[in-house]
Design a protein around this ligand. Structure first.
Ligand SMILES: [Zn+2]
Length: 826
């Protein structure tokens, strides 16, 4: 039976009525592949007489007792067990058998096909703790935990605190500091572990045995970054890391990038690199490592009272992750990645139907709040915190944060509490003239982005639709660049009105580049002379952050059908041969493949060949073995319509320095399948070479990509009817299914997508539902009939809310592609 999502009203009442004093959880994981035994003892104090409920989602509930009196397990309904409590302290005991999950939430269990070993981990976020143990599942009912786990003899057990083997297969974890339910984890399996130490803190890295070599190869780098980040955060936050050991477990089939469980962070194991990766990807991993560590303070020591403030956790961790990654480690491309990738993610999200204020006006229940974990909560929030830190200055910014952490340590707080802390920290600094609450109202409580457009000698500010009365201040750098020798003069611009005189205009022989440090959150439009000069100028702009800011504005103008796609394609082809940032190459080619070539050009041979030629120039001139060569090579594999080249590389005839390793082999084979130049036998042969979980997922993607009716039918059957398929298999099918050149074969599946995929919410729950809709959306079916089908789903209130939202958003991208085609390509 589906669980009912907790509402804020219910949570508020429960927090008023109850105080959880202690949680004791015993998990027997040695009872076969389907279920585990979960025994929970809760010490809970009722502050007054209350009719309340416990959250638990077992397969079989065996017993419930309160103060030794047994109650009927049959009273469990929709994941809630009713409790009537008199004032005072009570002992609640619950015994249940709980099912392992395969969707990355709750107690996930997976068997590695590489060696038959079994791994489990508990992902409690955001409301999945009751899929493991009985609890009062909300962020502001914190408790200390004592957890015991029984596991097979060859397993090891990790968790929020240090685990000790005590005999009979049982492990006991030391009592924890007060934790929210969503932060509790247990990680159990025959893990491969590497241990270390930094500044008195024990460190551990863990992953499945089949990735042992890859983890060992990266352990030094991971430990170094972990140590550097701990030092930097100790200095910034002024509170020493309090949760004991610091484990980082890279676990299979994880939905998110990572999860900040105190003492034992969970990461997706794709972040253990088993094949060659670019420095850009290593840099992204560093940002994830620091992001999760920042949560130890922001989220774990002080936790939002309710889910509507969880954005603050993410914005803060994202901002600190990029900043400390850049400042404290040798990976100094963090802000380049932010400009090219993260801000693009946020700007797109902020212009979609589902846009919402950064600080939302109240997530009614937990289920709704999950959908708000998007580019707005992460990237826009982080960009705004970056602005706020610039306004306040580091000293005030971090003094406010420290005061906030100290005031609410091991408890919960709200946005208003943090704003007050900043206001107090800024009080002595009267010259700064920033009203923190007014700033928060203008930026955190509004949606969308202003357009800032150069118009003669002025910058004209226009708020997005439906935002009358919004008055957002902007502050950023603007550069006048000589086209002859790129000599640059930079000016600071402050926008506080709808028309602002520019300090300088482009003029003859010059261009005007806006937001050259990438500080603004706005849709930027420079003047016509600058656009005309960009194909010649942009390859000569030295700062990759500035180039990223220019591309953010160009892609935004493209989305709005203001810029001719053939001009954008020419700009990309002019820039690529000179682009020396692997971050840029990766971001631009990923976007070009799906959006520019796929959705807008419909896979046109001419446009494809033009871009492939430019990528080939970049690849051939990159140093052999470099990140740049790998980034360009991958782009070429994805984009070029050249099965001969793909087959050559797969046979080992690749350019000098390019390692055709396991991951690149699968990438080549996926494209060969897509073009019909490889078949099932080739996929089977590759699977015999790579028997890992990753191999299974890649093979699933390859088979879904084959341009043959039987392969499509089989992929569709799994996608829409198989409740046992793993989350990663479903995403692989979505990614492999649609190709621009397969439209005729795929036409029947367009209406079937809208009829069947959103309805998979009946088969599956949580994260996987929306993610399946997003990855399996027919993105290349750019026509009004598809938009009508999408509108039908969006209007159907019987469809799962998260699925409807995802359809509305992805259809908006399709609507934009159609508008670009109508305006420029017909
Ligand atoms: Zn986070």
């Amino acid at each position: 039976m589906a669980a009912r999502s907790l509402t804020e009203t219910e949570a508020r009442r429960r927090a008023e009525d109850l105080q959880v004093q202690r949680m004791q959880v015993r998990l027997d994981l040695d009872r076969g592949p389907k279920t585990f035994r979960s025994s929970t003892s809760i010490s809970v104090e009722a502050r007054r007489r209350t009719d309340t409920f416990l959250d638990v989602r077992p397969q079989a509930l065996h017993s419930v007792s309160v103060d030794g009196n047994d109650f009927d397990p049959g009273l469990l309904a929709e994941g809630r067990y009713p409790l009537a409590l008199e004032p005072g302290v009570h002992e609640v005991q619950v015994e249940a058998d709980v099912a392992y999950s395969h969707d990355g939430e709750g107690m996930h269990r997976t068997v590695d096909p590489a060696d038959g070993r079994t791994y489990t981990y508990l992902m409690s976020f955001m409301d999945a703790a009751p899929r493991c143990f009985a609890c009062f599942d909300q962020p502001d009912l914190k408790s200390r935990y004592r957890i015991a786990v029984r596991a097979p003899a060859d397993w090891s057990v990790l968790g929020n605190t240090r685990a000790t083997r005590v005999g009979d297969g049982w492990w006991e974890l030391a009592e924890s500091l007060p934790l929210s339910t969503y932060l509790v984890t247990v990680v159990a399996g025959p893990w491969h572990s590497v241990t270390g130490e930094h500044d008195g803190i024990r460190l551990g890295l863990h992953t499945k045995q089949s990735l042992a070599g890859a983890l060992d190869a990266d352990a030094d780098e991971l430990f170094e970054v972990t140590g550097q980040s701990l030092d930097a955060l100790h200095e910034r936050f002024g509170i020493r890391y309090p949760f004991g050991d610091y484990h980082q477990a890279f676990v299979p089939e994880f939905n998110a990038g990572a999860m900040e469980c105190p003492g034992c962070v969970l990461f997706r194991d794709g972040l253990v690199f088993r094949s060659a990766v670019t420095d850009a990807e290593r840099g992204v991993r560093v940002n994830v490592v620091v992001h999760e560590m920042a949560h130890m303070w922001f989220g774990d020591i002080v936790t939002p009272r309710w889910w509507d403030d969880l954005w603050l956790n993410e914005s803060f961790a994202e901002y600190v992750g990029y900043r400390v990654g850049q400042e404290a480690t040798r990976f100094d491309d963090a802000w380049v990645d932010f400009a090219y990738s993260r801000k693009r993610w946020g700007m797109v999200a902020d212009q979609r139907p589902s846009t919402h204020p950064v600080a939302s006006n109240g997530a009614a229940d937990a289920h709704t709040a999950l959908s708000d974990f998007d580019g707005i909560s992460y990237a826009k929030g982080a960009a705004l915190l970056k602005q706020l830190a610039a306004y306040l200055g580091d000293e005030v910014f971090f003094a406010g944060v420290r005061a906030h952490l100290e005031a609410h340590a091991y408890g919960n707080a709200t946005l208003a509490d943090l704003l007050d802390a900043w206001e107090r920290a800024a009080a002595d600094d009267v010259d700064r003239g920033l009203d923190v609450h007014a700033w928060a109202k203008a930026w955190l409580r509004t949606t969308g982005a202003d357009t800032l457009r150069v118009d003669g000698g002025e910058l004209v500010r226009t708020a997005s639709d439906g935002q009358a009365g919004v008055d957002r201040p902007h502050r950023f750098a603007l550069s006048r660049v000589s086209l002859a020798d790129t000599t640059t003069e930079t000016h600071e611009v402050v926008v506080t009105a709808d028309r602002t005189p520019l300090p300088v205009t482009s003029g003859p022989g010059h261009a005007l580049l806006l937001d050259t440090r990438d500080d603004a959150w706005a849709k930027l439009r420079t003047d016509a002379a600058t656009y005309a000069a960009l194909p010649d100028l942009l390859p000569r702009v030295a700062d990759p952050v500035t180039r990223g800011a220019v591309w953010l504005a160009v892609r935004d103008g493209f989305d709005d059908a203001e810029l001719d796609p053939s001009w954008v394609l020419n700009l990309l082809c002019a820039v690529l041969p000179h682009e020396d940032s692997d971050v840029a190459v990766r971001s631009l080619l990923g976007w070009a493949e799906v959006t520019l070539l796929g959705s807008v050009y419909g896979g046109s041979e001419e446009a494809t060949d033009q871009l492939a030629a430019a990528i080939a120039v970049r690849m051939r001139s990159a140093p052999p073995g470099s990140s740049l060569q790998l980034a360009a090579a991958r782009g070429l594999v994805s984009i070029a319509h050249d099965p001969g080249l793909l087959a050559d590389w797969l046979a080992g005839r690749a350019p000098e320095g390019l390692a055709v390793d396991t991951e690149l082999r699968w990438h080549l084979l996926t494209q060969l399948c897509r073009w019909g130049a490889a078949g099932r036998d080739d996929v089977d042969a590759e699977t015999r070479r790579d028997r890992s979980t990753e191999g299974v997922v890649h093979a699933t993607r390859c088979r879904a990509a084959l341009p043959d009716p039987e392969a499509k039918a089989e992929a569709w059957r799994i996608l829409t009817t198989d409740s046992g398929a793993s989350n990663y298999e479903l995403y692989a099918i979505g990614e492999g299914f649609w190709w621009p050149e397969q439209q005729a074969l795929l036409a029947p599946y367009v209406p079937r997508f809208f009829a069947e995929v959103p309805a998979t919410a009946r088969l599956r729950s949580g994260w996987v539902v929306a993610e399946t809709v997003r990855t399996a959306f027919p993105a290349y079916s750019v026509d009004s009939a598809t938009l009508s089908l999408a509108a039908g789903v969006v209007a159907d209130m019987n469809v799962d809310a998260a699925a409807r939202r995802e359809v509305a958003d992805t259809a908006d991208t399709l609507r934009r592609a159609l508008r670009i085609r109508d305006r420029w390509l017909t």
